[in-house]
Design a protein around this ligand. Structure first.
Ligand code: SF4
Length: 453
């Protein structure tokens, strides 16, 4: 078990100097205990105590960091078995591989996919975030590939796979401050790989033929002083892989079994004969409990759906997914475009935005902050009221974007029409459909009526 806030506070200097950004040592200690703040934020804590607290308050699955700077990725750091117990912490990294025995055309195609597959959803950028570079016995080409990846897709986390320690050492050095993951230490090369990981301070993948062997190798690596490990359990079937993932998670969280308390790296193409089957398996692995998924290839449809799934699984269930308040242009609106308003619950935004896009009617979509509550819930909670909407419409700047003064409100808020017209002098309030599915027909008719008037 981790330390409590009081136990941590007793180990702090207790000067309440505020240098950590908290008014008292106790306030700081409480945040450290919940994992919201790192102990290193207190500049006055004794280094030995710092290490002790870090160790004691560390999550049962170690947080392993890859990359760096703006592109820092965290693997593991998980504290619960089920998302609804608290939340899952660090989203699964998903990508594919390139290898030294591939043609230049194929390598360029694969790297090109990383540049091409970039999306934005609810203000969050989605993209393939990790790439495995495999040395098939050509060290010079391997180093060229590392250079190429770093210069062409510098945001992507890197797994360096080679059996040659010297080649790996050069490749790690090529990455500079950007931390790659070394793959992989096995029973025959453990000592040399551990030395490399230790010398270069780089996370190391431990690869076994079975979960039992991985646990033994991991234990030996821990004895050699390594802390940042990733596991490849070497499962032979999907069933075995899922069992391994569950055992790793359960034994770390329930038993604090340290040799298995690390993120797990998975390869879908070991178990699936087509990319479609890989996609199904990857969908499962995101939920239970892979930290990295390497696919045999990337396609837009598969990757996008996996990215959206991981986004959903890794959102905090206690915090609704919200869209920022503001004016969102849909279908290239101008001064004659429709103006509609809805709440900032992300799901509502997506559905409404999608239906408006489908209608092809140019629209200014106003998103009002309702703390992530849906239309009726927000109205019932007093967060989507006539005066609140009127205030937002007056301040948001929509009056400068359109010539007319017509505002479409969700059908569920029909009872608010009169009050809203009183609050928003000069605006005509139009009651929209109750369900988003009614938007396309409603908007098309309305825009025709407005054009004819
Ligand atoms: S910086 Fe350290 S000593 Fe100062 S208030 Fe924070 S925890 Fe206490």
């Amino acid at each position: 078990m981790g330390l409590t806030g009081i136990q941590i506070m007793q180990k702090l200097p207790k000067t309440n100097c505020g240098d950590c950004g908290f008014p008292t040592c106790l306030a700081f200690a409480m945040k450290v205990a919940t994992g919201e703040v790192e102990i290193g934020k207190c500049p006055h804590v004794d280094p030995a105590v710092k290490e002790e607290i870090e160790e004691a308050s560390a999550p049962p699955i170690r947080t392993v960091k890859l990359g760096g700077g703006e592109n820092l990725y965290k693997l593991g750091g998980e504290t619960v078995l089920f998302r609804h117990d608290k939340r899952f912490e660090n989203p699964t990294l998903i990508g594919t591989f390139i290898a030294t025995d591939m043609s230049e055309t194929e390598i360029d195609r694969r790297i090109g996919l990383y540049k091409k597959f970039q999306w934005e959803r609810v203000g969050v950028k989605l993209f393939p975030d990790i790439i495995l570079i495999e040395d098939k016995g050509d060290g010079a080409k391997f180093l060229d590939l590392v250079k190429k990846v770093r210069s062409e897709i510098p945001w992507a986390a890197i797994i360096l796979s080679s059996s040659n320690v010297d080649t790996l050492k050069s490749a790690v050095s090529e990455c500079g401050e950007f931390k790659p993951l070394i793959y992989g230490a096995n029973a025959s090369n453990l000592e040399a790989f551990c030395n490399l990981a230790s010398e270069t301070k780089t996370p190391l993948t431990v690869v076994g033929d079975s979960l039992g062997e991985v646990a033994k190798l991991s234990e030996e690596a821990l004895k050699k002083g390594l802390k940042d490990l990733v596991l490849d359990t070497g499962a032979k079937s999907v069933k075995e892989l899922l069992e391994d993932l569950v055992i790793v998670r359960r034994s770390s969280i329930k038993k604090r079994f340290r040799p298995l308390g690390f993120p797990v790296l998975t390869f879908t193409y070991r178990y699936a004969s087509s990319l479609d089957l890989e996609a199904v398996l990857a969908g499962l692995l995101i939920a239970k409990y892979a930290s990295v998924i390497i696919l045999s290839d990337l396609t837009a449809d598969i990757l996008y759906n996996l990215m959206v799934e991981k986004m959903n699984i890794y959102t905090d269930p206690q915090k609704p997914l919200v869209v920022e308040e503001g004016i969102y242009p849909v279908n290239g609106p101008d001064e004659n475009a429709l103006v509609a308003i809805t709440c900032n619950f992300a799901l509502t935004y997506f559905i409404v935005n999608g239906e408006i896009e489908g209608s092809r009617v140019p629209t200014w979509l106003l998103i009002k902050n309702t703390d992530g509550l849906s239309v009726l819930t927000a109205w019932a909670a007093g967060k989507f009221t006539a005066d609140g909407i009127a205030d937002f419409v007056k301040k948001c700047g929509i009056s400068e974007k359109v010539k007319h003064r017509k505002l479409i409100i969700p059908g569920y808020l029909a009872g608010m029409k009169g009050e809203l017209e009183d609050e928003l002098s000069g605006w005509e309030i139009i009651i929209g459909p109750r369900e988003a599915s009614g938007i396309p027909a409603f908007f098309r008719n309305l825009i025709k009526e407005m054009a004819a008037a």
